[in-house]
Design a binder for this molecule. Structure first.
Ligand SMILES: [Mg+2]
Length: 430
């Protein structure tokens, strides 16, 4: 196991370790978003030069670095985008209501957009927000359900923000239910919702994985598969057909209701079966790609995709995260024979404790650099990958030099601490 992984099983108490992992999740998502935003939109359908990404991270990690002319570079604060904005909103809503409250969250998303519209929101979700502001809007799910002639959005917007749900929910059933319901406020297509459930499951699994043992990639993949196979999770005893469901573009609108009726809506959606089949097939593909240490970015992009669809970006992110977690299990640093584009970012270029030291390995930096190098929706892919790895590795794996560079670093820490404090209150630990 690499040096970094050994350090994870150190002397922290259970309580502080969990807090560290909550922080790691929120900060990993923030870092991926802020760094990925630099490349967003310039690499659709193609990968990004890994060295260019590593250079950007290196500049951020080593702010004292001088330019070629020998002058100190000004500190550049990296702004976050809609991914982090909506994750913050979701975290606050869960905390303020001690649970998921659909109307409160829907209005909060819309209000936060109105307050800061320049965060890179997608056009279709802005339409949802505008409809939520209308006095005639009585059903907070309806604007999303009506989109695209009633088929709903299959974008990655519900998955990109979902990490706080994994920090908030205890068990699988609650996790999958809240991930689904919050998704349907903006993305009513089964693809968009299943992506959110899959991302939440990946974060939740890594948050609670035993760091005293090597990370079990196969167990994580099996849990993801289980989540897709039972998607959408319906509460025990829920009767199918308990609400009017839309199966065609002209179906009747649905009204606010419980998770049973939302799940029924999804299972009766004309795209439902295709989504489940596609997600299971993609998990198989991801597993094959992951098993080969020589898989390169081009292959990942072609096989899994890197676009705005949840069925592309979520898989690209999970691949990037599990690739890093698999590397933590490797007995030694990858050999010199490893392809140059697959070598981990050296600690000297990335920083771990703010002090470059050659030869070590930074899990968070490696994850973010790889995720961005896949191209496409770089901020969202890196945000989701960073959240997964941060939930396992914790904030201790994030360079302190990133603190002044990432916008609202303190907010991410504060929300993580509040979510963790709530968990301690519910489940006191010695
Ligand atoms: Mg974004």
């Amino acid at each position: 196991m690499l040096k970094f992984a050994k350090r994870l099983s150190g002397s922290r108490t259970m309580g502080s370790e969990l807090q560290d992992r909550f922080r790691g999740c929120m900060l990993g998502g923030l870092a991926g978003d802020c760094l990925g935003a630099r490349f967003e939109g310039a690499y659709w359908g193609k990968v990004v030069d890994r060295d260019a990404v590593a250079r950007l991270v290196s500049e951020m990690t080593n702010p004292e670095a001088k330019s070629a002319a020998g002058r100190s570079k000004a500190l550049v604060v990296r702004r976050y985008t809609d991914d982090t904005s909506m994750a913050f909103t979701l975290a606050r809503s869960l905390l303020e209501n001690d649970g998921y409250r659909e109307r409160y969250l829907a209005k909060s998303f819309a209000n936060d957009y109105k307050r800061e519209p320049g965060r890179g929101y997608g056009g279709s979700v802005i339409v949802v927000f505008m409809k939520l502001f209308e006095d005639s809007c009585r059903d907070c799910y309806k604007p999303a359900h009506d989109q695209f002639d009633g088929s709903g959005s299959y974008g990655n917007g519900a998955a990109m923000r979902v990490a706080p749900v994994a920090l908030f929910c205890d068990d699988e059933q609650e996790l999958e239910r809240v991930a689904m319901e919050q998704a349907m406020l903006t993305h009513a297509n089964p693809d968009g919702v299943c992506g959110a459930v899959l991302q939440a499951t990946a974060v939740h699994h890594c948050l609670h994985a035993d760091r005293g043992k090597p990370f079990d990639v196969a167990a994580c993949l099996q849990r993801l598969r289980d989540a897709v196979e039972r998607f959408p999770r319906q509460p025990a005893g829920a009767a199918a057909g308990s609400r009017t469901a839309s199966t065609t573009a002209t179906a009747s609108p649905i009204t606010c209701g419980g998770s049973d009726s939302l799940a029924t809506f999804l299972t009766q959606h004309s795209d439902y079966r295709a989504t489940v089949d596609k997600y299971l097939k993609k998990l198989d593909t991801l597993s094959v790609l992951l098993a080969n240490p020589h898989t390169n970015q081009q292959e990942v992009m072609v096989e899994l995709g890197n676009g705005i669809a949840a069925s592309e970006a979520v898989f690209a992110a999970i691949f990037s995260a599990l690739r890093t977690l698999r590397m933590l299990n490797e007995p030694a640093q990858p050999s010199a024979e490893q392809p140059a584009d697959q070598k981990p970012v050296p600690e000297g270029a990335a920083g771990k404790e703010g002090k470059p030291s050659a030869g070590e390995f930074s899990a968070m930096t490696e994850t973010i650099v790889h995720a961005i190098s896949l191209g496409g929706d770089t901020d969202t892919i890196a945000c989701m990958a960073g959240g997964i790895v941060g939930a396992y590795c914790g904030a201790g794996g994030i360079s302190p030099s990133w603190k002044p560079v990432l916008e609202s670093y303190a907010t991410a820490v504060s929300l993580a601490d509040k979510l963790c404090a709530r968990r301690h209150k519910l489940h006191p630990q010695p």
